[in-house]
Design a protein around this ligand. Structure first.
Ligand code: TTP
Ligand code: MG
Length: 386
């Protein structure tokens, strides 16, 4: 799950915090000159219809008693970094996207903080304790939905979109709410009568891409419940692998497969522990003469089961002619994505029951391994490559 947090009326709230006489009053942050514009307004001022980017003279007309204050950027930055410090405690994956908002990947935090509702409550409280300001929080399986959610119950609201509600939510979501869809894009979609993301699925992808280019592609993906963006876009590409130099060189297929099985289990377990799924499986061999090869296969759908990793590794092994004895063998995975993504692909009905069964087996084995150590569970018979 991905969380988006956004401070409420940020600059104006900081002014009200630092100057108690401003609390409960309509406050506008911005340049008081006639040609100035509103940077932001307190929620008291918003009741008069005042909003960011509105010309100041218009704001004054709407609410003559509003108190206009110039901004103090260094103070806002100071508080912003205190807010980000709080988020870093919740998860190592924090991506600040503006002075008052950030995404946090909370997929791996369940064991510490409990379900998303609890994580959100915890964060809201912790931020308030630290800076005495309120924020709004959105949590969803997809990044773009988390941002939309945080805006739904402002100020001081928490909105959670559960995985089971995503498809219906997307179908009904007005396209103008999708970040990146501006005036030009809306005008381009008008002839096709596209009002909601659900409507996108009714027109041909080619037409949409012809008109909107990259944005068209993205909208089609989002409409189908696929958002490839992850938190902290600059995260280094990660891979997980295991390998073993054999006690003696061999051509014994059964032995090599047993090694692959153990390694697939280890790699799969780490994958699941870190809440990733992998698209690419890699099998590596070093021959007796130290010549090294590595072969990979990229799956149509990311996996997190040890069984899949093992099966693909065996396929890659069998495809090799093995013209001399093997000295080292290994398995790895790359193309890692947070494990909400494969779930997304199952959102619209193509859920694979067999995979689900394997995931249940895997998590049972993970649990036993955690308690009793490795080597206590043998799945070899079940794994017989199919
Ligand atoms: P926002 O989060 O967009 O607005 P906000 O925090 O004031 O109000 P909301 O409760 O709706 O989130 O922006 C954060 C701060 O960034 C805002 O307080 C002032 C500043 N800002 C600008 O400098 N220029 C702008 O155009 C906007 C929209 C905001
Ligand atoms: Mg804000």
């Amino acid at each position: 799950m991905i969380m988006h947090i956004d401070m409420d009326a940020f600059f104006a709230s900081v002014e009200q915090l630092d100057t108690p006489e401003l609390r409960g009053k309509p406050v506008i942050v911005g340049s008081p000159t006639r040609r100035g514009v509103v940077t932001t307004a307190s929620y008291e001022a918003r009741r008069f219809g005042i909003h960011s980017a509105m010309p100041m003279f218009q704001a004054r007309k709407l609410c003559p008693e509003a108190i206009i204050v110039p901004g103090r950027m260094s103070r806002y930055k100071e508080i912003s970094s205190q807010v980000m410090d709080v988020l870093e405690v919740v998860s190592p994956l924090v991506e600040q996207v503006s002075i008052d908002e950030a995404y946090v990947d909370i997929s791996g935090t369940g064991r510490i903080h409990g379900p998303p509702e609890d994580v959100a409550m915890f964060v809201k409280k912790a931020i308030f304790q630290r800076v005495q300001l309120t924020c709004s929080i959105g949590i969803a399986p997809l990044k773009f939905l988390a941002k939309i959610a945080s805006d739904m119950e402002k100020p001081a609201g928490i909105t959670i979109i559960q995985l089971s509600d995503v498809a219906a939510f997307i179908d009904a979501l007005p396209v103008r709410k999708v970040p990146g869809v501006g005036k030009a894009a809306r005008a381009a979609m008008r002839p096709y009568r596209i009002e909601t993301l659900g409507d996108i699925k009714k027109i041909s992808k080619k037409r949409l891409v012809d008109r909107l280019g990259k944005l068209g592609h993205r909208l089609v993906e989002l409409a189908h419940g696929v958002d490839r963006s992850t938190v902290g876009g600059s995260r280094p590409t990660k891979s997980i692998s295991a390998e073993k130099t054999l006690p003696e060189n061999t051509l014994d297929m059964a032995w090599l497969k047993k090694c692959l099985l153990e390694q697939a289990e280890r790699v799969g377990r780490q994958l699941r522990e870190e809440s990733f799924a992998a698209k690419t499986i890699v099998m590596k061999i070093k021959y007796a003469d130290f010549k090294q090869i590595s072969r990979s296969i990229t799956l149509p759908k990311a996996t997190r089961t040890s069984a899949d990793i093992y099966r693909q590794a065996v396929r890659l092994l069998k495809a090799e002619s093995l013209d001399q004895e093997v000295r080292l063998i290994g398995v790895g995975v790359s193309g890692l994505i947070p494990d909400t993504v494969p779930l997304q692909q199952e959102l619209f009905g193509s859920g694979d029951e067999k995979d689900e069964r394997w995931e249940q087996v895997d998590s049972a084995v993970d649990e036993i391994t955690r308690k009793f150590g490795r080597g206590k569970v043998a799945k070899a018979a079940q794994f017989e490559d199919r």
